[in-house]
Design a protein around this ligand. Structure first.
Ligand code: IMP
Length: 202
């Protein structure tokens, strides 16, 4: 497969409808001089995430956006995993936050995760991020990053998004929800996936 690059000033669709992710991805793309446009701004629909892995779901989202917008597209599929739950919620992380009216509440999702862990309390947890970079002709490449740590209860902090308040990355005492964004961006699963993607940008 030919390695394709995206040059400074080129437009890239960010295939996400999650405001927290869009903000983090825009910040991570900024140093490369890429013009990021969110899928909601282009009125792109959200495809069903029917894959069994982060890579499959990221590929589905990136390809759908690249074909619909006729532009290169970047998708992020990510999730929170708990060792005591054999890696769940994993690819179902967003589903655990879904309320009956279709909205999402991550306070509910974190409480559900804590309730399912029960006892004994194996504290190992991690976040995974898979980025897919797709082109309108169907070429796709994926890049995966992971950050290991522990889950904590009760949740702490109001920075970040999603499950950030219940995750303490290895070597730190603050949760992702307590850290300033720059500290999270330096070590997160998303930053690690971006470090690999960086070879194709700018
Ligand atoms: P999806 O990739 O859109 O299927 O959803 C990813 C899910 O993982 C969302 O529910 C997010 O809240 C959660 N998630 C992904 N990355 C992070 C993160 O950096 N912090 C907190 N939660 C995250």
């Amino acid at each position: 497969m030919t390695e394709r690059r995206l040059a400074r000033g080129e437009k890239l669709v960010v295939a996400s409808h999650n405001a927290g992710k869009l903000a983090e991805i825009a910040a991570l793309l900024a140093p490369f001089g890429i013009e990021a446009v969110g899928a909601p701004a282009l009125g792109l629909p959200e495809p069903d995430e029917t894959g069994a892995t982060f890579a499959e779901n990221a590929t589905i989202k990136a390809l759908a956006a690249a074909r619909a917008a006729e532009l290169p597209a970047l998708a992020d599929d990510s999730g929170f995993s708990v060792a005591a739950l054999n890696g769940a919620p994993g690819v179902h992380t967003a589903d655990w936050a879904r309320l009956p009216d279709g909205t999402r509440d991550y306070g509910v999702a974190m409480a559900l995760t804590r309730a399912r862990i029960g006892e004994p309390e194996d504290e190992v947890a991690w976040f995974t991020c898979c980025l897919a970079l797709a082109w309108p002709d169907g070429q796709v490449e994926t890049f995966e990053g992971r950050v290991d740590g522990t889950w904590t209860w009760p949740p702490r902090g109001s920075q970040g998004f999603g499950y950030d308040p219940m995750f303490v990355p290895e070597g730190h005492v603050e949760t992702f929800g307590e850290m300033d964004p720059e500290t999270k961006h330096a070590i997160s699963h998303r930053a690690r996936a971006f470090a690999k993607l960086g070879d194709r940008l700018g």
